[in-house]
Each structure stands twice: as C-alpha cells, then as structure tokens.
Design a protein around this ligand. Structure first.
Ligand code: F7E
Length: 344
C-alpha cells in the first residue's frame, strides 16, 4: 500500500527536499500550512514537486486542529520540520518560539498517542542544543548547553520526544542535525545571505554586505543529503537519536572566502573586531563590513558533530563537501541575480 507522509514545515528548505525524496520513493506527500496564510511555495516549485504535494491546513497552536488533520490524512509517518527556526529572532520572540518549537511538538505527540500510536514520528532536533559545547566533537551523548531561547525550546522538544517513545512505546526519533544549507536556504541565514549578497554586489544591485561575528565555526553540510537521514531514521526497527553532520568544521571567514572566489571577487581584509572590513582589490571598494547589530546576546562559537552512529546504524554519509556546498550556493545565486530571478 502507498505510504503517506505528513510534513510540517513543508515550504522550508528541508520540507522541499524531503518532499522530493519521498515522492521519488512512491509516497503520497501531505504538507501543512497555517490556515489563512499564503504559503511560500517557491522551493517546492524550484524542485518541480509543487503540483504533486497535497497542502493541508494545520495550526500547531490548536490541539483539535491537529487531530482533524491527522484524522483526515491518516499518515504513516509524520516529519515535524515546522518551527520558528531563526535563532536570532528567538531572542525577540522567546514565548512565541517556545510555543511552536516546544509545546507544538508536545501537541503533535499527544495527538499521535491518542489517535494512532503506530504513526512514526521524526523530530527535527538541532546542533544548537550543544551551544557552549562541553566536548568536541559532539555525539548523541554530549551534554547539552543551549545558548538561545530557540535551543532551550528545542531541548524540551528533544526530551519530550524521547519521553513519549519510552512512556508510550512510540516510534519517535530525533535527528540532531548540524547546520545544513543549500541554494534553497532562506536569506536570513548567514550562508545564503552571503551568497545572495555577493552575487548582488557583483551585478551592481547592492553596495555592501554587513555581517556579525565571522569567527564562528560550524559543521556545514548539504541539506539534500540530510533529509535522507530523516527518512532512514523512520525506516529503522528501533527508533533513536542520531547526530547528522560532516565531522568537519569551518569558520564563517572560510565560507566568505570560497563564496567570493567563486563569484570572482579578490578580497583584501583590514581592521579588527567591529572595525574589520574587506575591499575588492581591483576597485578598492569596501564590499564587506561588520555591523554589531548582527551579533547575538549569546552565540554558539564552535561546534562540530561526530556522525559515527549515523554512519554505522543508518548507513548514512554526506556526499557533498564544504567546498562543493559553497560553490553550489554561490554559483546558483550568481546565475539567479544575472537572470533577474533571485529567490528569497
Ligand atoms: O547563523 C553568525 C551567527 O543564522 C550561523 C538554523 O537552521 O542552524 C541554523 O542556525 C552563525 C551564527 O544559523 C551573521 O551569529 C554572523 O553564529 O546562519 P545562522 P544558526 O544560528 O547556526 C541550526 C542548526 C538550526 O537549528 C537553526 O534552525 O553565523 N553570523 N553574521 C550571522 N548569522 C546571520 N544569520 N546573519 C549574519 O549577518
């Protein structure tokens, strides 16, 4: 029988890649959008799957609404990718963020427990849980030290997923995904902010790119690889938690340098701290500068994941290197701006 998947957050980067993967595997794919809001469909359209997914209204704040949706769709698998996912905004909207990212997950688990406890559940956990990292690299057993309202809410979601699995015997898994990016990333996130802005500067549509702390280090992978791990988790006999990462970390500075090179800029850096800036060598024009407004009250300085468990149990491995990832993103945005088709 055809399997049915329900994806919350289907219009986001991961939702779009996961929809494509599940459709290729023969699933019927249902995606949720908030009632009375117009969904952002460009990612699904970009991947050519918009016509094949079924959009259903779902309000994560309303328990009865979730019941109705789950009753109508009757999914075999639920992938909970819906969240307030921008860490920076969580400092301005801590209560809203917690409602969606923490209690929203509990509502979903309650519905599964009450309506059909055979539904398999995937929770989008995050490397932000490690925050001020207590050991390196981080594994499934590393102690969490969240550094934002976003990650504190995600810690609740992670723990309640495990608790519902143990208490009610649910097939509920959590993927601790390290940063995963792509040409479908939103421009509020730093990687795509960099590639889209540099492409606009090259084509004379923007003067300068302003950034916060460029010394942070992240373990960046390609989102398309990461959604395969989500699916694999729900195909296991035994549910669990899995770190999904490349095992290598890079500074934001390295990301900028490869992106600038790909687009054709020759950068020269000067100054220090918040006075640091980069000029384009041939024109002497300042094209990157630091702006304190992009610094976070508390940030994650350096994280790197150990994907050994996912390698061994899920037989999952990333296929795209850091350099390839930056090339894909910079090249795509270069072409989009050139053709006046920048997608944000
Ligand atoms: O920031 C620094 C910023 O917003 C990365 C989400 O998907 O991945 C993402 O969260 C780093 C931070 O991603 C700017 O301070 C410097 O240290 O791209 P980001 P994130 O916060 O790591 C995790 C795994 C998730 O779970 C999240 O949902 O870059 N940074 N300058 C900047 N960041 C932004 N956004 N903008 C800047 O101008």
């Amino acid at each position: 029988m055809t399997k049915r998947a329900l994806i919350t957050g289907i219009t986001g980067q991961d939702g779009a890649f996961l929809s494509k993967l599940l459709l290729e595997k023969g699933y019927e794919v249902y995606g949720t959008c908030r009632p009375n809001s117009s969904p952002i469909n460009w990612r699904l359209k970009e991947l050519g799957v918009f016509e094949q997914v079924h959009m259903v209204p779902l309000e994560l704040f309303e328990y009865s609404n979730i019941i109705k949706t789950v009753d109508t769709v009757r999914p075999d698998e639920i992938y909970n990718l819906g969240a307030q996912s921008f860490v920076s905004s969580s400092f301005d909207q801590p209560i809203y963020t917690s409602e969606v990212n923490a209690i929203g997950v509990l509502r979903l688990l309650e519905v599964i427990r009450n309506v059909n406890s055979d539904i398999k559940f995937y929770q989008a956990s995050t490397s932000e849980l490690y925050g001020k990292a207590q050991e390196s690299p981080q594994t499934e057993n590393t102690r969490f030290y969240p550094r934002s309202p976003y990650s504190v809410a995600k810690q609740f979601a992670h723990s309640i997923t495990i608790n519902y699995r143990e208490a009610y015997n649910l097939h509920a898994s959590a993927g601790i995904l390290f940063n995963h990016e792509s040409e479908l990333r939103g421009t509020e996130f730093v990687t795509r902010k960099i590639t889209s802005s540099l492409a606009m500067i090259w084509h004379n549509k923007l003067d300068v790119l302003e950034l916060g702390n460029i010394n942070i280090e992240r373990d960046w992978g390609y989102a398309k690889d990461y959604v395969c791990a989500m699916w694999k988790m729900l195909q296991q006999k035994v549910p669990g938690e899995f770190v999904i990462a490349t095992g290598k970390s890079h500074t934001l500075r390295e990301f900028i340098s490869i992106a600038a090179d790909t687009i054709g800029f020759k950068l020269e850096w000067s100054g220090e701290g918040t006075d640091e800036f980069a000029i384009e060598k041939s024109t002497g024009k300042k094209i990157i500068k630091i702006n304190e407004k992009y610094f976070r009250l508390t940030d994650v300085d350096r994280i790197v994941g150990d994907p050994k468990n996912a390698n061994e149990v899920l037989k999952w491995k990333p296929t795209v290197t850091f350099e390839e990832l930056v090339h894909i993103m910079a090249k795509t945005d270069y072409d989009r701006v050139k053709n006046d088709k920048l997608l944000i």
